[in-house]
Design a protein around this ligand. Structure first.
Ligand code: AVJ
Length: 322
């Protein structure tokens, strides 16, 4: 299951890969769908709502770490540096870094949704007149070339939010290796990583009382209906999110309440009662297990910061130059 913060693609490409991935996932055993498809317009809005929920601690904790350690973080941005953000959503977090390191020369937010990037970029240009803001539409789970205009600049990557947790561990290592290749020798990477903790806190964060996470999960079926002309009856599925302590991950599923058939792009997909669609994994690390993953992907862990409760962490990694 690849992670990705996806948003609205260019139509032609999207339908192709979206349709292909949905049919492949719903025909697989067990059924699964890539979490990158959560983030269409409606999904991106629901995720912003999730970040404000009392139960969903990651965003609050990461913002607190970035604010508290902004001066130390600024050290990882040499004068004239380019800040490359993988999968940028709202700019709340990167603004803390940009304010703490005014010598940053260029900001390159990388995401599949050019529309969302462009909007945030406009506001950032207004607030940081001296900063080159270069939104770059690319699928950061794949290898990509950075814009030529930042090739000669020192580069520091920024990957907040623990989106790294959506990758399977081997894919997380592959992502870190690719990021290293993209950023190049001598670069650094600042990355947010959610930490292993009491299951009751984790379960609450993905089963909030207001039901927003459930809506976020259901939106995936609504999107398949909208964009692929399927006939999912959302009321005959239920939201399931739980902490799998053995695998150190939150799992999200949509369970079929009854035996049913759904038509997706002309194909009949059968569901048994209780059969689930696995829609997301969110892996949780310890400081040691993430440092080991980073080291195994060719990065050198230099610093790690946590919030007061030790719920979340931000790591500074270096790709040491010759
Ligand atoms: C954006 C992937 C980090 O896994 O916590 C929030 C997405 N899923 N609630 C996470 C999410 C359910 C979030 N990430």
């Amino acid at each position: 299951m690849t992670a990705q913060t996806a948003r609205r693609y260019e139509p032609a490409v999207a339908e192709g890969s979206f349709l292909r991935d949905v049919v492949a996932g719903l025909s697989a055993r067990p059924k699964r769908l890539p979490p990158k498809y959560f983030y269409d317009e409606a999904g991106a809005r629901l995720f912003e709502e999730i970040t404000a929920l009392p139960e969903y601690y990651p965003t609050r904790c990461e913002l607190a770490i970035l604010r508290t350690h902004a001066a130390e973080l600024a050290r990882y941005f040499p004068p004239g540096a380019a800040l490359i953000e993988f999968g940028s959503g709202s700019s709340r977090k990167v603004r803390i870094v940009l304010d703490a390191a005014p010598t940053i020369k260029a900001y390159v937010p990388v995401d599949i949704s050019f529309e969302m990037l462009a909007q945030e970029a406009e506001e950032l240009r207004r607030d940081h007149p001296g900063l080159m803001v270069l939104p770059f539409a690319a699928d950061f789970t794949e290898a990509f070339e950075l814009p030529a205009s930042v090739a000669a600049m020192p580069r520091t990557g920024f990957f907040p939010g623990s989106t790294i947790g959506n990758f399977e561990p081997d894919e997380a290592a592959a992502f870190l290796r690719r990021a290293r290749a993209t950023l190049g020798r001598g670069s650094a990477l600042i990355i947010g990583v959610d930490l292993v903790k009491d299951a009751s806190i984790l379960n609450a964060a993905y089963n909030d009382a207001a039901g927003i996470t459930a809506k976020f999960n259901f939106n995936l079926l609504a999107r398949i209906n909208r964009e692929l002309g399927a006939n999912f009856d959302l009321t005959s599925f239920s939201h399931h999110a739980f902490y799998n302590a053995e695998r150190h991950r939150i799992e999200m599923h949509l369970a079929s309440k009854k035996r049913q058939k759904v038509i997706v792009a002309g194909r009949s997909i059968e569901f048994r009662t209780g059969e689930t669609i696995h829609t997301e994994n969110s892996y949780k690390y310890t400081l040691a297990s993430f440092s080991a993953l980073a080291r195994g992907s060719g990065w050198t862990p230099l610093s790690a910061w946590t919030d007061a409760a030790g719920y979340f962490s931000v790591h500074a990694l270096a790709f040491e130059g010759a």
